[in-house]
Design a protein around this ligand. Structure first.
Ligand SMILES: Cc1cc2nc3c(=O)[nH]c(=O)nc-3n(C[C@H](O)[C@H](O)[C@H](O)COP(=O)(O)OP(=O)(O)OC[C@H]3O[C@@H](n4cnc5c(N)ncnc54)[C@H](O)[C@@H]3O)c2cc1C
Length: 393
């Protein structure tokens, strides 16, 4: 279905992004998967091209484009022509805005120019071995020592964890409250900040996902992002856009898998006919196309709502839930349509399949998305339990 949210400027941007990704990113994907990390230069090259933190103000080197469609286009093109392990969106649109929106003028001037150029790579660290979906379990803590904060603890599963130069760390700062968190910016080279393993994963091998350790790290007071003890609310503020990014990426991955599989099935001959010519397979393509078009309309609507500051948490959750579950179904069907080749690492579909599996888990699992959506329907047993206690009292 023709999409109607883009104009000529977006189309020009898409062409430029595609050429960049085809030249500088896609050709490295196999090597990066082998070495289990993207080259730092990839971020520098994307920075030179003006593709990082495009929303940042011109005085920090950015383009001042807050229009989410540019990020959407970049994600779509990266899925098809770049490398899904190149987490440009995490750097630019998931973590960067924490600095852009919560940072003081001094912090923005200190950090943003290098985020825009790609000299500083960003990560956000919430998850710990005992705290993923439920961040009230965070144990990493920061104590106010007068002229600095003292940070102790560890994080796991942190994307860009090895490459990152600036890590936004969620730390417990008020033991009395389950929401008593603050956000501290930890910089590469601070004494006591150490990286653990680059974790071995099922898929997306070029993406560095790491453990991080903080042993008596003295974090300067100037590195508190946002307000002390308001970190939980700051994190919540960014979650809707994070989920929209996940949804856009998941649908883009499904589209990429669909396109290469359609080409393959039109070529591959079995029992004297092309794989694509069997009715059972034509119907699979028809079903996938239909579901992807329906999902695209909803996601495009969410993108426009986000541009107008009207994206709700439950709509973002619906977009993520639907797109990531669809990505899973599509990549699974596409492996099947490839036959044995679909299981071979040298066929891109096998990597798309393993990469897709994480989409239903990170940035809030499908179960958490269903929680958010059901609460928006007034279905919240915890609230009812509280109310009936109150009624009884
Ligand atoms: C490749 C990768 C990259 C990641 N990158 C980052 C990153 O950059 N920064 C970061 O901070 N984190 C990151 N994460 C962590 C990710 O966000 C968490 O893994 C995710 O939130 C799930 O938390 P968990 O792993 O602790 O699972 P758990 O919370 O232990 O969940 C286990 C199961 O219980 C289910 N469950 C949880 N709560 C409920 C509920 N209320 N109702 C029903 N079922 C429920 C979950 O859906 C899941 O199926 C990454 C993870 C991966 C795998």
């Amino acid at each position: 279905m023709e999409r109607n949210i883009f104009d000529e400027e977006h189309d020009m941007f898409r062409d430029a992004a595609r050429s960049f990704l085809m030249k500088e990113i896609g050709p490295n994907a196999d090597r990066w998967a082998e070495q289990e990390i993207v080259d730092r230069e990839a971020f520098l090259k994307a920075g030179e091209q003006g593709l990082l933190c495009m929303w940042a103000d011109e005085k920090y080197g950015g383009a001042g484009f807050s229009d989410f469609r540019y990020e959407q286009i970049l994600l779509e093109e990266n899925a098809r022509y770049g490398d899904v392990g190149f987490f440009i969106f995490l750097h630019s649109r998931l973590v960067g805005p924490y600095i852009g929106e919560l940072g003081t003028d001094e912090q923005k001037a200190r950090w943003l120019p290098k985020c825009v150029s790609g000299e500083s790579i960003l990560a956000v660290a919430m998850t710990e071995p005992g705290a993923g979906s439920d961040i009230s379990g965070i144990r990493t803590k920061a104590d106010d020592k007068g002229d600095h904060y003292l940070l102790n603890g560890s994080k796991t599963f942190i994307s860009n964890g090895i490459l990152a130069d600036l890590v936004i760390v969620a730390a417990k700062t008020d033991a009395a409250s389950s929401h008593g968190l603050s956000l501290l910016v930890v910089e590469r080279g601070m004494p006591g900040f150490e990286r653990g393993r680059n974790l071995k994963k099922m898929g997306m091998h070029s993406q560095d996902t790491a453990e991080l350790f903080f042993n008596n790290v003295k974090v300067p007071k100037q590195n508190l992002l946002g307000e002390w003890n308001r970190g939980f609310y700051h994190l919540m503020h960014f979650l809707a856009e994070e989920r929209l990014l996940s949804a856009v990426g998941a649908l883009a991955n499904a589209e990429a898998a669909f396109a290469i599989t359609l080409d393959y099935a039109k070529e591959r001959q079995v029992f004297g006919m092309k794989v694509a010519d069997y009715q059972v397979n034509r119907f699979k393509f028809a079903d996938m196309r239909t579901e992807m078009d329906v999902a695209q309309s909803f996601i495009d609507r969410c993108v426009m709502n986000n541009n107008e500051g009207k994206l709700t948490a439950d709509d973002a959750a619906k977009a993520k839930l639907y797109a990531t579950e669809l990505e899973d179904r599509v990549t699974d069907t596409c492996v099947q349509l490839h036959g044995g080749n679909g299981y071979m690492d040298e066929f891109p579909i096998s990597r798309m399949y393993t990469a897709a599996r994480v989409s239903r888990i990170y940035a809030g699992s499908s179960e958490i998305m269903r929680e958010i959506i059901s609460r928006s329907l007034g279905l919240d047993p915890r609230k009812k339990a509280k109310k009936s206690h109150a009624d009884a009292a």
